[in-house]
Design a protein around this ligand. Sequence first.
Ligand SMILES: *[C@@H]1O[C@H](CO)[C@@H](O)[C@H](O)[C@H]1NC(C)=O
Ligand SMILES: *[C@@H]1O[C@H](CO)[C@@H](O)[C@H](O)[C@H]1NC(C)=O
Ligand SMILES: *[C@@H]1O[C@H](CO)[C@@H](O)[C@H](O)[C@H]1NC(C)=O
Ligand SMILES: *[C@@H]1O[C@H](CO)[C@@H](O)[C@H](O)[C@H]1NC(C)=O
Length: 525
Amino acid sequence: MKRSITTLSFVLCVLCIAKQSECYKILAIIATPSYSHQIPFRQLWLELHNRGHEILLVTTNPIPNINSPNFTQINLSQSYKVWRALNFVEMRFNGESWLQIMEKYGISTCLACMENLFNNKEFKNVYAPDSDAKFDILLTEYHCGPASAGLAHRFDVPIIALSSTELTAVNEYIVGGLVLPSHESTWELENHTGSNSPFFKRLWNFVTFWRFLHSFYTEMFSANQQLAEKYLGPLPPLIDIMKNTSMLFVNQAAATTPARPQLSNVISFTSFHIQDKLPPLPKDLQKFVDGAENGFIYFSLGSNAMSSALPMEIQRVFCDVFATLPYRVVWKYDKDLPGKPDNVYTAEWLPQQSILARPNVKLFIYQGGRQSSDEAIHYGVPLLGFAILGDQDYQVGRMEVLGVGKRLDIRTVTKEALKSSIIELITNKEYKERIINIRNIVQDTPYDSVKNLAWWTEYVIRTKGAPHLRSTITSQPWCQRYDLDIVAFLTIVAFLIASSTLYLIVKLRIYFHKQICPSQKLKAN
Ligand SMILES: *[C@@H]1O[C@H](CO)[C@@H](O)[C@H](O)[C@H]1NC(C)=O
Ligand SMILES: *[C@@H]1O[C@H](CO)[C@@H](O)[C@H](O)[C@H]1NC(C)=O
Ligand SMILES: *[C@@H]1O[C@H](CO)[C@@H](O)[C@H](O)[C@H]1NC(C)=O
Ligand SMILES: *[C@@H]1O[C@H](CO)[C@@H](O)[C@H](O)[C@H]1NC(C)=O
């Protein structure tokens, strides 16, 4: 009896320890007030929770209906005020490039979001010096707030950086990756990159991009350092904390991204946010799309750009063309559309995936959002892209290169161009075939990518930050990383050799000339 009790308590104890060692406390922060930055990671939070871990998620879009004592959410939705103040459509029409936008508004916007994060009452209780909150890992977005990396120091935990689209070059640089200004993967340069860019274009890209990186790096980090220290007290340089980033989870699909050298601690994933169970369409919309005999077109500029902010004459171009089409159109339009044609349905909010999953949807006219591209590929719907901001030029460019869509310029679109593009995309079956082919490649994976990311998260905790996977280039200055100091040295040496040889030749010629000339003079005499 006594023996069996000892055995039983031993087994219980082992179970208890095993359970404990596997139950981690996870702090996850996505402070960018943009739905598209939040949804790619929701499945990961749910999966980690299902595995028995405790989650504290600080987000601008809390997941609805979570009722578990081990899954706490802090609502940062006030940050949307900061974001809504930016009129991206107007910026596009003013011809501002993404780098200019980042320099002009990026830093102040990010700081305002970080301020909102650190100033949040609930969150303050978590990180206050007298708080006994403990975590095993921090997962945070780097896009918009290096300040959040300060929390890794506060809680003494490894960091996993999250990116809802391809990495930014600043982040790539910090963790020791390659900065390639003219490579197609450098989305921040919008449509200025490409595989065969001419020399002067690449020169322009090089100078513009490195100048931007330098000024952004300097300003962004000194401002974030100040902010983080205001709330957390003295910290090591945020850059040094970020250089120690253990791993990066980046939303990119190999089938749609130009291949490039990649760090060993970058783990790609894609299309997590595709829903298994789609919400039904609102009744009137259901009736509208079911009644579309020739099919329908779905038109949305996403959640960051408002269709109503388009200049009136551009809105008219769309309305006039839509009115002449044999298809119906569902348009995500945030106000009452003046002069709405009869075959157009508008609503401020629409269940996008449920719409794209309809069998009679023919075309998706969009702004080139990363998540929207993934959805279009998943549901096999050809694309017509009008880029507005951020990585959207890059995305619509990719879709064109892959042959699954076309791109037009929202500022200069004409009725003829719009109509012929729509007709071509719908009637030429090759677009549809190619997008289904891409979908098959994207879905052909050896593992479930949500479970894969959850596994890597646990791996980083188990290996105390997986230091063996970090690039050792992070500590090198930029000129050393690309051996530019060597190139400069060799250029100077080559120049010196060439110029002294030239000097010598000239000198010798003058010398011999003088030697010969006097004798000629003598002869003449
Ligand atoms: C988050 O806060 C906003 C505004 O304070 C509120 O409208 C929204 O319902 C909140 N979300 C959740 C899930 O509590
Ligand atoms: C919450 O986590 C604790 C361990 O930290 C565990 O004992 C408990 O069962 C979990 N509760 C739920 C509802 O998952
Ligand atoms: C980039 O796009 C703009 C308009 O969106 C256009 O004026 C410019 O010529 C394009 N540049 C390249 C290199 O394609
Ligand atoms: C970064 O990691 C190295 C090695 O693990 C450690 O010595 C250093 O203190 C860390 N730096 C910061 C700022 O955490």
